[in-house]
Design a protein around this ligand. Structure first.
Ligand code: ADP
Length: 656
């Protein structure tokens, strides 16, 4: 194939523009990205070679080599991994296959640090080479292809790229960066070693650089970055040395690994710039043997809500990388966990399909789930500073436990809603999960109240855990349904996550106490109401009967029923649904999501003590007042009147 010119896909061109124009402040990440690609290419070769050993040709030792030429101003990253065919080079380096890229572009904030982080998350890694290079040449040959079937790909990083056939003896890929004038510092052994140490130390593949030594150097300035020896300068020796640790971190004993090394490893596998919130590292022995190193990130990734998002666990078998995103190893509700599982028992050629059926995998998945839950329970235990017990004694915490204060709240703010999916997904761990839930409540604006906290504060005679679901905290707090609870000082949990309503379908009680929505069914405060109050309510209901009948008739199209309630104090009316019925909020949410939702006909409950309700009796405007009552109750609850214009008209008529 002679030289051909191809245009970049429009998104690539756009992306390149962004990469070269907005990512100067974090230049050095380009090396991490390119080394990571080289390492992926070696992993792919190792994997394909499981079934075809000939792919190793005469170079079974997989490695990455860094070299530079100061005079030519080039930096080259070479791997002997899988390589690319001409078509693969055109496809992979000229288009962005991932649909996430548009999303990526829209998320760019202009803040260079944050944007650089996005590059990693969205895997547009190769193009980051253009941060430091004015031209990139890629020379590559697919493993197993003939030397004459090599490819050269060249681009200046603007509109197009050239491809031509070359002869290349070695399999794998060389990425040759023609460095920009302002990026010449990367043609330097110290600089490269420093960056590799920072980002790629734990790549389980050796990264090699040619050793240099001083030629007739005499010490001129010891503070000079190169040690101050000048005359002959550094010269290459032709001998290559490994510059990274190249050992799989998880195989080393815990005591030999510093927190910093754990954090660095996390950053490398997750492509996250922030340190993880916490981690757990264990060797599990028994019928299934494996090592797990699992991390909880500090921040939720942007695609957390993508249902197709795979779990972030890398699977290794006896240190050989098998696959990324091994979803069989972690339940979907823990998809935010990142890490490594290295099994001693699985076969090397295990496929995703096999994973689903393997009993070992099932055991690993259960083990990993339990580990993550223990990790969370531990954080939750020390989240708040300890309080004095009944005996006046306050626990003194170790430094390590003290450091956990506030961590669980942080975790919960990022991932709490995902964790709730587990209630419907993982019945075996439902009780443990229920204990990990936190809510805001009428006595706490922060999402920090557990069911256990709630129970400990329950009033004498209270026999249910009361809650309300709403779209926002403000809407929940100001719901008319809460009025009598506020008056009596009974705490109500305020639930505002979209998944709450769904998740609560799976939790009917906590530790023997039933959960009761204050917006469902008739209010029954049981022993919390005294005899006098009960009598007064009954008399009011009796006297109100004729008006009720008229209200029912006027609202028969809108309301399932109309009844008198004692749950209201300041509001004239509110809407509730029948016990076990779908809440109006959930029905609205389903509709918004374009899903089928049953028509929910609510019950209108009225407060016979309210002036507006008293006015109903004998009013000539009875019909309009009835509809205003209903529509207002709907508004207060976050809904919209069926006919907003008619509502406005009726209110205006009253006002004037
Ligand atoms: P990502 O690595 O996230 O897929 P990149 O833009 O970094 O995105 O790379 C795009 C694709 O180009 C890779 O998926 C891979 O198929 C191919 N590629 C990049 N670098 C190499 C390499 N050194 N060897 C083989 N293929 C590579």
């Amino acid at each position: 194939m002679s030289k051909q010119t191809h245009a970049f896909q429009a998104e690539v061109a756009q992306l390149l523009h962004l990469v070269t124009h907005s990512l100067y402040s974090n230049q050095e990440i380009f090396l991490r990205e390119l080394i990571s690609n080289a390492s992926d290419a070696c992993d792919k070769l190792r994997f394909e070679a499981l079934n075809n050993n000939a792919l190793y040709e005469d170079a079974p030792e997989l490695q990455v080599r860094l070299s530079f030429d100061k005079a030519a101003k080039t930096l080259t990253i070479t791997d002997n991994g899988i390589g690319m065919t001409a078509q693969e080079a055109i496809d992979h380096l000229g288009t962005i296959a991932k649909s996430g890229t548009k999303d990526f572009m829209s998320k760019l904030s202009g803040d260079q640090k944050a944007d650089a982080q996005l590059i990693g998350q969205f895997g547009v890694g190769f193009y980051s080479g253009f941060i430091v290079a004015e031209k990139i040449t890629v020379e590559t040959r697919r493993a197993g292809a003939k030397p004459e079937d090599g490819v050269r790909w060249i681009s200046g990083g603007t509109g197009d790229f050239e491809v031509e056939t070359i002869t290349r003896a070695e399999r794998g890929t060389s990425v040759i960066l023609q460095l920009r004038e302002d990026a010449l510092e990367y043609a330097n052994t110290w600089k490269l070693k420093e960056i590799v140490g920072k980002y790629s130390d734990h790549i389980s593949l050796p990264i090699l650089m040619e050793k240099e030594e001083w030629k007739d150097g005499e010490l001129i300035d010891p503070k000079d970055e190169n040690g101050g020896r000048k005359p002959g300068g550094m010269v290459k020796t032709g001998e290559w040395e490994t510059i990274n640790k190249a050992s799989a971190l998880w195989t080393r004993p815990k005591k030999d690994i510093t927190d910093e090394q754990y954090a660095d490893f996390y950053k490398q596998i997750s492509r996250d710039f922030e340190a993880p919130l916490t981690w757990t590292h264990n060797r599990v022995e028994g019928s299934t043997e494996y090592t797990q190193l699992l991390y909880i990130p500090s921040k939720a990734p942007m695609d957390l809500w993508n249902r197709d998002k795979k779990a972030g666990i890398k699977l290794y078998v006896k240190r050989v990388f098998i696959m990324d995103d091994a979803e069989a190893l972690m339940p979907s509700y823990l998809r935010f966990v990142k890490g490594v599982v290295d099994s001693a028992d699985l076969p090397l050629n295990v496929s995703r399909e096999l994973l689903q059926e393997s009993r070992d995998v099932k055991a690993i998945r259960e083990g990993c789930t339990k580990r993550v839950l223990s990790m969370l329970e531990d954080l939750a235990k020390y989240d708040k500073a300890p309080e004095a017990g009944a005996d006046g004694v306050t626990d003194v915490l170790s430094e390590e436990d003290k450091a956990k204060q506030g961590q669980y709240s942080k975790f919960y703010a990022e991932f709490g809603a995902v964790l709730k999916e587990g209630l419907g997904e993982d019945f075996a761990n439902k009780d443990r999960l229920s204990k990990l839930l936190r809510f805001a409540s009428t006595t706490s604006d922060t999402v920090s109240v557990s069911f256990a906290d709630y129970k400990a504060r329950m009033k004498d005679g209270q026999d249910a855990i009361y809650y309300i679901t709403a779209d926002t905290l403000a809407a929940a707090k100001n719901s008319p349904q809460l009025e009598v609870f506020k008056k009596k000082g009974i705490e109500v949990l305020l639930m505002t996550d979209r998944v709450d309503e769904w998740a609560l379908n799976f939790v009917h009680e906590f530790d023997g106490t039933p959960l009761q929505s204050v917006a469902k069914g008739a209010v029954d405060l049981g022993k919390l109401q005294d005899e006098e109050e009960k009598k007064a309510a009954e008399t009011a209901a009796e006297n109100f009967k004729p008006v009720l009948a008229k209200l029912k008739e006027a609202l028969k199209d809108k309301a399932e029923d109309v009844r008198v309630t004692s749950r209201l104090v300041d509001s004239p009316a509110c809407l509730v649904v029948t016990d076990g019925g779908m809440s109006m909020q959930l029905a609205r949410m389903l509709k918004q999501a374009g899903q089928q939702a049953p028509e929910v006909k609510p019950v209108l409950e009225v407060n016979p003590e309210h002036a507006l309700v008293k006015k109903l009796d004998g009013s000539v405007q009875f019909h309009d007042l009835a509809h205003i009552l209903f529509d207002q109750a709907l508004l207060a609850e976050g809904g919209l009147p069926e006919d907003p214009a008619a509502y406005v008209k009726r209110v205006n008529a009253l006002l004037s």
